[in-house]
Design a protein around this ligand. Sequence first.
Ligand SMILES: Cc1ncc(COP(=O)(O)O)c(C=O)c1O
Length: 414
Amino acid sequence: MKVPLVDLAIQHRELEKELVKVFRAALRSGIFVDGAEVAAFEEEFAEFCGAKYSVGVSSGTDALRFALLASGIGPGDEVITVPFTFIATAEAISQVGARPVFVDVEEKSRTMDPQKLEEYLSKRKRDKRGGTVPKAIVPVHLYGHPADMDSIMDIAQRHGLLVIEDACQAHGALYLSRKVSPGWKRGEQREGGSRTEPSQEKEGSADGMWLPCGSMGLAAAFSFYPSKNLGACGEAGAVVTQDQDIAEKVRMLRDHGQTRKYRHEVEGYNGRLDAIQAGILRVKLKRLPHWNAKRRERAKRYNELLSGLEPLILPNEAPYALSVYHLYVIRTEQRDKMAEHLSRQKIGFGIHYPLPLHLQRAYRHLGYGKGDFPVSEKLASQVISLPLYPEMTDSDQEQVVEAVKEFLKLAGEA
Ligand SMILES: Cc1ncc(COP(=O)(O)O)c(C=O)c1O
C-alpha cells in the first residue's frame, strides 16, 4: 500500500517507550482491571470533555448500552437515531430492549436532520400508534463532525425526551452553542486546557459558547477502538456525563451491578476498562489536541487540493462545528469506480457506510424499506473516505490527490 487509510504504526513507534512502560508497570503491579490508572484516565478524560464524570468501559458499544440503561431506557421505549451510522448505535438501542426508530440525516453535515426529527415527532403524536413510546434521541457526531445539538436539545426538551450523544467518532470536536443546553451549567466547565481552541479558526465564536461533543446530552458514549482519534491498543470506551446518578449507575452496570464486592444492586455486565488500556489512553490523550489539529490541517489541505473538481462533493463544516475529522469523506456518483481505481493505485480508502441501517437484513423486522430515508441512501451510495491520519506527510497526501485526479480524468474521457 502506497498510502494506507490509517497508519497506527507511526504513532506507536513514536510512543513505544511510554507505552511499554505502561505495560511493564501493569506486569509488575499485577493490576490489570480497574485501579489507579483507570481512575486517573477517567478524571483526565472527563476534564478533556468538559464533563464532570467519565466512566471507563470495555467498548463504545458498551458505553452506549450502559448510558441508555442508566438513563432508564428499556422495553416499550422508542429511541430515535439515524440510519446513516455504524450499526453499534442501533445495536445498543435494541440490546437494552428498546426499539430503534430512524430519522434521516441532513445532506451537508451528514448528521441528524432536526427538521426530520421534529416532523417525525409531530406526526407520531397525531398517529398515537400503540406499543412503544418515544423516550430518547441518539444523535451521532459522524466522522468527527458535531450534530446540530442546539436544535436537537430544543426539540428533545419540548417533547420530553432524553438525549444520549453517540460521540464515538468525535473526541475533542466542538459545537458552537447559542444557548446553554440542559445538563450543562455555565461555569461548571473545568478548564482542561487541552481542547482545540476554536476562536482563532472560526468566526462567530463570540455569539455563543464552544461546547465539546459529549458534554451536551444527559450522557455520551465514546469509543477508543484503535483507529479512533483517541485509540487504545485493543477495545475500550467511556461514558461521559454531567450527572452523578448516571455515572454511578454506569459504574455499577460495568461491574456486574456491584456497589461493593459481591453486593449486587442490579444484574449488570462484565464491561470494565482494562488498566493497561487506561494507561495507554493516558499517554495518547496528552497528544490528542495536537493530533486533532493535524487532522484539521490535512483536511484543509485536501479541501484546497481537491477544490474545483466538479463531480466531487467535499466535506462541509457547518458554521456551528469544529470537526476533528475522524474521517475525511468525499462524495462522487462514481464512487465504486473510484474505489477500484484507488485500489489499483494502492491508495487506501474506506466506505463509511455502504448500506444504511434501515436496509440491513438485521433490521428487516423494523419494517422500513428502500426510499424511506433518501438522504442516507444517497450518501451511502456516494461516500468514500480518503486516507487521513495525523502523521500523514505532504507527499502521502499528494499521492492520494494525484490518484483521485487521475481517476476523474480517466472517467471524463470514458
Ligand atoms: C458511530 C459509532 N458508534 C458506536 C461505535 C462502537 O464503538 P466500539 O467499536 O468501541 O464498540 C462506533 C465504533 O466503531 C462508531 O463509529
